[in-house]
Ligand binder design. Structure first.
Ligand SMILES: NC(=O)c1ccc[n+]([C@@H]2O[C@H](COP(=O)([O-])OP(=O)(O)OC[C@H]3O[C@@H](n4cnc5c(N)ncnc54)[C@H](OP(=O)(O)O)[C@@H]3O)[C@@H](O)[C@H]2O)c1
Length: 359
């Protein structure tokens, strides 16, 4: 065999292996590579001070547990103090951390005037902040034509300005030390578009733009990581807490969560990404992950897909078929409390919910 044929065979084999890997992938290939060959969170994050917003439920709660397991010291923030106390207790039970290693710091992202004092309290307690995880936020389930502008304002105030405000408090501290990480949980809809989420998607696009630009301003600080995380659907309380057509109007019922990625897997991937200095993480099961790649590399095809599936999703929403009207979401205990982080197999995600349902 001459050299050319050997080379082509090698390339074809490599592509075949990549393709097979991709079929089973639940994150972008850079992140998956890091899970196999990169630094382990347990080594890299041990002893670091990590501030997690939205730590009272869902992804933030699971972040707290896994970070505690890694030996990180924690600042847990959200509005509901009772839930933060519960999360702290579980963290202490599951780790070797001591009471002083976890600070419950109640915080409302909307109360921007309070953020400086919160940051000072955190610094006073631990002396420094190594990682800020901007995770707190809310989603949306409503059609643009039916949605009040107040909802758009509320989404931008919370998801965008609240996050920017806290970041601006913590960042000077990091530039002074010359190191640190600001990790922001965006979404697949921070990159792509999806029906029923015009305001939510706009707020996450705003975050992507902000942090991508901020990264370019910080090139003289190579030890500061600006990272955005773009999960697809993940099990949490995001749907129950979503904005609807009017501020204050609750969503009637949250649908089945079972097709979504298990919270613990999403969080493990986030921690691997942080430990390996990943600037952007795409985290989703197939076929959602495929959609990220199509959106990025073949937008014309992506628009075709979103046209077809978007139409179906809007029709379902208008017909009231969007949520399973069970009253008790799947993955709940007998009292209707959602159960997250359960291991085990889940049915594959339905193509009909792509890209909608991608909070
Ligand atoms: N789950 C998904 O499918 C998915 C997909 C992509 C991205 N995300 C993003 O992941 C992040 C976490 O969401 P989740 O899925 O874990 O949903 P979740 O279970 O509803 O958690 C949201 C968290 O945000 C906090 N929060 C809400 N309003 C706040 C405010 N005004 N001030 C401070 N904290 C506030 C909540 O705590 P309190 O109510 O106690 O304040 C809660 O801890 C969000 O940014 C979301 O956009 C989620």
């Amino acid at each position: 065999m001459d050299l050319g044929v050997t080379l082509l065979t090698g390339i074809a084999l490599c592509l075949l292996v990549q393709f097979v890997c991709f079929l089973f992938a639940d994150a972008d290939l850079t992140l998956l590579w890091a899970t196999l060959f990169g630094s382990k969170p347990e080594t890299k994050l041990k002893g670091l001070v990590v501030w997690v917003t939205g730590a009272s439920s869902g992804i933030g709660e699971e972040l707290a547990y896994q970070l505690a397991g890694c030996g990180s010291r924690l600042i847990l923030s959200a509005r509901r103090v009772d839930q933060l106390d519960r999360v702290k207790l579980h963290c202490l039970e599951r780790s070797n951390l001591k009471d002083k290693d976890i600070l419950v710091l109640p915080l409302d992202l909307l109360e921007r005037a309070s953020h400086e004092a919160k940051m000072k309290t955190a610094i006073k307690h631990f002396g420094n902040i190594d990682i800020l995880v901007n995770n707190g936020g809310r989603s949306q389930r409503s059609l643009c034509l039916e949605t009040s502008v107040d909802v758009y304002q509320a989404l931008m105030e919370l998801n965008f300005l609240g996050t920017v405000s806290l970041t601006k408090q913590v960042l000077p501290h990091m530039t002074q030390r010359g190191s640190g990480s600001v990790v922001t949980v965006s979404s697949v809809v921070g990159l792509a578009g999806a029906p029923l989420a015009t305001g939510y998607s706009a707020s996450k696009h705003a975050l992507q733009g902000f942090f991508n630009s901020l990264r370019t301003e910080l090139t003289e600080y190579p030890r500061i990581l600006i990272s955005t995380v773009c999960p697809g659907p993940v099990q949490s309380q995001i749907v129950q807490n979503a904005f609807t057509e009017e501020v204050g109007k609750a969503i009637p019922t949250a649908g089945d969560q079972q097709h979504k990625m298990v919270t613990s897997r999403c969080v493990r991937l986030i921690l691997v990404g942080i430990a390996n200095g990943t600037k952007e993480m795409w985290i989703a099961q197939q076929p959602f992950l495929l959609f990220y790649y199509v959106w990025q590399y073949a937008p014309t095809w992506a628009w075709f897909i979103t046209d077809v599936l978007g139409r179906k999703r809007v029709q379902n929403f208008k017909a009231g078929l969007d949520q399973m009207v069970t009253g008790i979401p799947a993955g709940s205990d007998s009292q209707g409390r959602p159960v997250y982080g359960a291991q085990g197999r889940h049915p594959p995600p339905s193509c009909a919910s792509l890209p909608a349902g991608s909070s």
